[in-house]
Design a protein around this ligand. Structure first.
Ligand code: GLU
Length: 286
């Protein structure tokens, strides 16, 4: 009897140990951003922005909206994951390469421009949108071109191409304040701490159309760069890149891409470019 009890207890210990191993197994898979490669009950972690209206936004009720969210959701579905199997993770501009290298997420759809420098560290599917760097200024601002920014206070985000372009080419003598997210820049523009915010026109249009900013801000309308948005994937994961490229092609051909454009950019009155061809990057003038 006593012996039996011990055996039962050992069985419980064994069962616990086994389930702990199983959890460990899940965790290991989770480090590549998904708990099952083919879907079927597993979940997938996807990196997006949380504070960019029209692109990647975490709403007060905890749900997510935006063009990147729709692209991510469509792609996930093609990879075998229904929307309820997606776990969105915030990937700020400066965190994207590391999040992929660490395996925090399976892929990133977060206004992530494809660049040669980034391609040293991550792989990209796409492009799926072509945007352009622009300036957001107060409605009464006299800033009209990139070089007007020299000597002016400008805000952009660490780890973005926008900040890099300002420093290298657009206005090297601007007083650039770098923060971790665009919403911080918008707050700085509103309270007069900076004269302009610079990043992609797609992002700026989303902010400008928010009720609280209507009539206060305008886009300068300068196409200061070409930003080819790609879906970032861990370096070397060419199987996932191929699958995502197929998904993106399908998203365009079945009309879902245009539907997502209309739903997310329509309210901001953002006039986007045509859907890019997969693998075709529009370069920047050098
Ligand atoms: N698309 C640019 C980039 O990847 C600017 C927007 C952003 O920071 O996400 O850096």
């Amino acid at each position: 009897m006593k012996l039996r009890k011990v055996t039962a207890a050992s069985a419980v210990v064994l069962a616990l140990a086994l389930s702990a191993t199983a959890c460990g197994g899940d965790k290991k898979d989770d480090t590549s951003g998904s708990s099952s490669s083919g879907g079927g009950g597993g979940t997938i972690k996807i990196g997006i922005k949380y504070d960019q209206p029209g692109l990647g936004l975490k709403k007060p009720d905890g749900t997510f909206a935006g063009f990147d969210v729709d692209v991510a959701t469509y792609v996930a579905k093609q990879l075998g994951y229904d929307a309820d199997k997606i776990e969105f993770v915030e990937t700020k501009s400066a965190d994207r390469e590391n999040a992929l290298a660490r395996g925090d997420v399976k892929f990133i759809a977060a206004t992530y421009s494809i660049t040669d420098e980034r391609k040293q560290k991550v792989d990209f599917a796409g492009p799926y949108l072509l945007a352009h760097q622009d300036l957001l200024i107060k409605t009464d601002s006299t800033i009209a071109k990139g070089t007007d920014l020299n000597g002016k206070k400008l805000c952009s985000v660490t780890g973005s191409t926008s900040a890099q372009n300002v420093q290298k080419t657009i206005a090297p003598d601007a007083k650039l304040k770098k923060v971790s997210s665009y919403s911080e820049c918008i707050a700085a523009l509103q309270n007069g701490a900076v004269d302009a915010v610079t990043t992609d026109d797609s992002i700026l249009a989303g902010f400008a159309s928010q009720d609280q900013y209507k009539g206060k801000f305008k886009l300068a309308g300068l196409k200061l760069s070409n930003e080819n948005y790609g879906v970032g994937v861990k370096k070397g994961d060419s199987a996932t890149v191929d699958k995502i490229n197929k998904a993106l092609e399908k998203m365009v051909s079945d009309g879902s891409w245009q539907k997502a454009v209309d739903a997310n950019f329509g309210p901001a009155n953002y006039k986007n470019e045509q859907a890019p061809k997969i693998g075709v990057i529009v370069p920047n003038a050098s």
